[in-house]
Design a binder for this molecule. Structure first.
Ligand SMILES: *Cc1c(COP(=O)(O)O)cnc(C)c1O
Length: 393
């Protein structure tokens, strides 16, 4: 065996011993918050399809029509031939939806973060990045070559002292998730906006888990917290509540022109298929017209949080919205409890390092607006049974 394969074999064995090995499985997602795994029908509490839109007939019909007219693939980057009428339509729809001057599509949300951060900051600049930020923000920071300062959002005095001692003429960018994807906690955007104003920094908010979910009109945490006009760069994904695929940035016209010219992940990567854009357009219509989905999602999530507290299980304090963690600490405990949940008919995520910090492995329960109130009751029952039995460590 080559040296490379020998080393990989050892490292895979070591991941296995730590309970960190991940297996691949096939899931068929079904309407109404169901899915099929290994021929069994399960309640899907593991997806990010919070509004249940990915299986909505209106999105599917819209995607089907666009594919019939413009093809299965986009044929190239937006810059060359990949910008179909649906890409143009979706960009103006997104700008209008978020009340920004302009929007730019990226192949994925991951690409949007990496491409945007590397286009906005470079060597000599300073990026302040929340410790719990998503991997794509982290990778964007690393790749930019800027100095990166990691802060904790519950200790903003430290962030302030970093910003106040940074040289005046340095370009400063603060980057944060709108809602932290493993904790379900919202970022302190008003405080971050004030710090950005005071120290001439710009704020980038990644609304991946918040678009379509948070805020009265579903525009995200910036809307919820009343700071939409103070956030310079808003990143979103079409792949979560919007139920399709692709990423986007909204902001002022100059920002978008700059990213169009400089964001390498959209210049050198094939645009999302037209069908994905058409589905996303249909989703935004639904998000605007059917606020009841959001209300239902929040009331189901609230019930789940209360039930988890009543069971005496550990969660993350201050959470809101559909991401509900149950902290189990050891990776093996998370995997074991997730398996017991599955035996009882519920698919939930078992999150382990590197997705979460060491010692905080957890179940990540994702509520959907298409779930029923009694699903939450049954889920809590199953959770009680799954966690009262012995937990492996
Ligand atoms: C999922 C996610 C992304 C990436 O979006 P994709 O469209 O799936 O590539 C970016 N940021 C956060 C916070 C996410 O949770």
């Amino acid at each position: 065996m080559s040296e490379l394969l020998t080393r990989i074999t050892q490292e895979l064995e070591s991941l296995g011993e730590q309970g960190l090995l991940r297996c691949r499985r096939t899931v068929s997602r079904k309407p109404g918050g169901w899915c099929e795994v290994d021929g069994r029908r399960l309640r899907d509490f593991a997806s990010n399809d919070y509004l249940g839109l990915s299986l909505d007939p209106r999105l599917i019909a819209s995607a089907r029509e666009a594919a019939a007219e413009y093809g299965a693939g986009s044929g190239g980057s937006q810059l060359v031939v990949g910008r179909s009428p649906w890409h143009a339509r979706l960009e103006s729809r997104l700008a209008q939806f978020e009340s920004r001057e302009a929007a730019l599509l990226f192949p994925t949300g991951f690409a949007a973060n990496v491409g945007t951060i590397t286009a906005l900051a470079g060597p000599g600049d300073l990026i302040c990045s929340d410790r719990l930020n998503h991997a794509s923000l982290i990778d964007g920071c690393r790749l930019s070559g800027a100095e990166v300062y990691i802060y904790d959002h519950d200790r903003l005095a430290e962030l302030e002292s970093c910003l106040s001692t940074a040289k005046q003429n340095r370009r400063k960018l603060i980057v944060t998730d709108g809602v932290f994807s493993m904790d379900g906690v919202v970022a302190p955007l008003p405080e971050l906006c004030s710090l950005a104003d005071r120290y001439s920094a710009d704020l980038l908010v990644d609304e991946a888990h918040a678009t379509g979910v948070f805020g009265r009109r579903g525009r995200g945490v910036a809307e919820l917290l009343g700071v939409e006009d103070r956030v310079a760069v808003r990143v979103g994904t079409l792949s979560k509540a919007i139920g399709s695929a692709g990423g986007f940035v909204t902001g002022n016209r100059l920002l978008i022109d700059w990213l169009w010219n400089r964001a390498r992940t959209q210049i050198f990567s094939t645009a999302a298929p037209p069908a994905a854009c058409a589905a996303a357009c249909a989703a935004i219509d639904i998000i605007e017209k059917e606020p009841a989905r959001r209300e239902r999602l929040f009331s189901l999530s609230q019930r789940l949080r209360q039930g988890i507290a009543a069971l005496g299980l550990e969660t993350v304090r201050g959470g809101q919205g559909p991401i509900v963690p149950v902290i189990l600490h050891a990776p093996r405990s998370a995997v074991l409890v997730a398996r017991r949940m599955e035996e009882q008919g519920f698919l939930v995520g078992a999150m382990r390092p590197p997705s979460v910090p060491a010692g905080t492995s957890r179940l990540r329960i994702g509520v959907m607006a298409v779930h029923e109130a009694e699903d939450i009751v049954d889920l809590l029952d199953a959770l009680e049974k799954a966690t009262t039995a012995e937990l492996a460590v």
